[in-house]
Design a protein around this ligand. Structure first.
Ligand code: NAD
Length: 257
């Protein structure tokens, strides 16, 4: 699958999964826009992965003006947006009775407001040209729940609704929307969770990895950033609207639908 000369904007791509998606898209021929809270890292990643076919942007996906201005700057530089990957995300874990309202709102803002704002800013450019692909970074937690993750599970389930709605609204205008649902991937987001979950659940870090994170997989393996990037390429480059409104789980069989 190729993305020759397509313009792809990937949020949260200075690190982890987003970075691997940007790398895969660049190898498939795309021009890439890396939008992240961390401007220096976004610039460095864009340069490293795509040279002058890359652009780094400071963007807080929860901030309406930053999203609109960032998308406008990308369109100014490259002419359009063909692919949006709404990927930026964080994790906060607490039992529900200890979940602070501010932390709850922060989680929903990054995962859901971020997906909404970036979609709303990019989709007019896709409609103008009659084609585009939107990829939301869901999770196995778009289909499954785990203790301590009320906000994350709620937000990731919400992305399914958003993607299906955009798929229906965009269908006749050439825009597809799909959700990738990875299992645990060893990124900074997951590395931070291991000691936190060990403390909350009163078990060792090794047990968190082997039992909580990988216990339900078919082979005890982490999903890799490269695994997720291949699915992101499939969703971005698929040639027709036959593939829209879907979610695809890539989790070593942790969750089977
Ligand atoms: P990561 O921490 O490695 O990267 C997240 C990136 O998002 C960072 O570069 C960070 O600066 C950026 N970011 C955070 N808040 C932002 C904001 N408000 N605006 C713009 N950028 C922001 O994490 P990751 O594991 O690569 O996670 C990426 C996505 O994948 C998230 O949506 C996460 O929920 C999802 N996911 C991760 C896993 C996993 O196991 N790692 C599994 C399923 C889904």
């Amino acid at each position: 699958m190729e993305l020759t000369d397509k313009v792809a904007l990937i949020t949260g791509a200075a690190s982890g999964i987003g970075h691997a998606v940007a790398a895969r898209y660049a190898r498939a021929g795309a021009r890439i826009v890396i939008a992240d809270l961390d401007e220096k890292a976004a610039d460095a990643a864009a340069r490293e992965l795509a040279g002058d076919r890359g652009m780094g942007l400071r963007m807080d996906v929860t901030h309406e003006d930053e999203v609109n201005l960032g998308v406008a700057a990308a369109v100014d530089r490259f002419g359009t947006i063909d692919v949006l990957v709404s990927n930026a995300g964080i994790q906060i874990v607490h039992p529900i009775e200890d979940f602070g309202l501010a932390e709850w709102k922060k989680m929903l803002a990054i995962h859901l407001d971020g997906a909404f704002l970036t979609t709303r800013a990019c989709i007019p450019h896709m409609y103008r040209q009659g084609s585009g692909a939107i990829v939301y970074m869901g999770s196995v937690h778009s289909h499954e729940a785990s203790p301590l993750k009320a906000a994350y599970v709620t937000a990731k389930h919400g992305l399914l609704g958003l993607a299906r709605t955009i798929a229906k609204e965009g269908g006749r205008r050439g825009v597809r929307a799909n959700v990738i649902c990875p299992g645990f991937v060893r990124t900074p987001l997951v590395d931070r969770q291991i000691p936190e979950q060990a403390a909350s659940l009163g078990i060792s870090e090794d047990e968190v990895v082997k039992r909580v994170m990988l216990g339900e997989t078919v082979d005890g393996e982490f999903t890799t950033v490269e695994d997720v990037a291949e699915i992101a390429l499939l969703f971005a480059a698929f040639p027709s609207s036959a593939l829209t409104g879907q979610s695809l789980i890539v989790s070593h069989g942790w969750h089977m639908d």
